[in-house]
Each structure stands twice: as C-alpha cells, then as structure tokens.
Design a protein. Structure first.
Length: 104
C-alpha cells in the first residue's frame, strides 16, 4: 500500500467482487463507528475540561491556605523575636489563647 491510498489492493479486489449493497453497508458501518468514536471523544474532552476546572479551583484554595500559613508563620517569627521566646513557645501560647477564646 502506497502512501495516500485508502484501500489496499486486496480490499479493492474485494470491493470489485462484492455486491454494491454490501459495499454501502460496510461504508455505513465505518461511518457509524467513526461517529461513535467522535461522540466518545467529545464526552472525554468535556470530562477532562471539568476535571481541569476542579483542579484549578482546588489549587487556588491551596494557594490561599498556603498564604495564610506563611503569614501566620511570619507573625510567629516576629513574636518570637520580640518576646525572646522560641517559635515553639509562641505556637504553644497561641494554642492556649485560642482555647481560652473558645471557652468564652
């Protein structure tokens, strides 16, 4: 089969020997199969698009959480520097204060 030929010589021979109805039926089956594949691909592509949007949203949420974490860590570093406490002591004191706030 050379490049550009759709049918092999064997397939051409089969077409020449076949009834025209059989040829049309075979063509129809191929068209239906191609349409089915196209539909499946569209559904797959739509699902991928939805998943991509969900991942973007989750990534954005994680970025926001990370920014809050970094801001809090910087605050704790500043408090530790100002008070002379270790970072662990500052974090522990913060937890104690948060517990007291919950009781109120």
């Amino acid at each position: 089969m050379t490049e550009g030929n759709i049918l092999t010589p064997q397939q051409i021979g089969m077409v020449e020997e076949a009834d025209p109805t059989e040829v049309l039926l075979a063509i129809h089956k191929r068209i239906v199969a191609a349409e089915s594949l196209i539909k499946e691909y569209r559904v797959f592509a739509q699902n991928q698009q939805i998943e991509m949007e969900m991942l973007k949203e989750r990534f954005s949420e994680l970025k926001d959480e990370f920014r809050l974490y970094i801001t809090e860590a910087k605050k704790q570093d500043e408090l530790a520097e100002l008070t002379g406490l270790t970072k662990g002591q500052v974090a522990n004191n913060k937890r104690i204060v948060e517990r007291w706030k919950k009781r109120e």
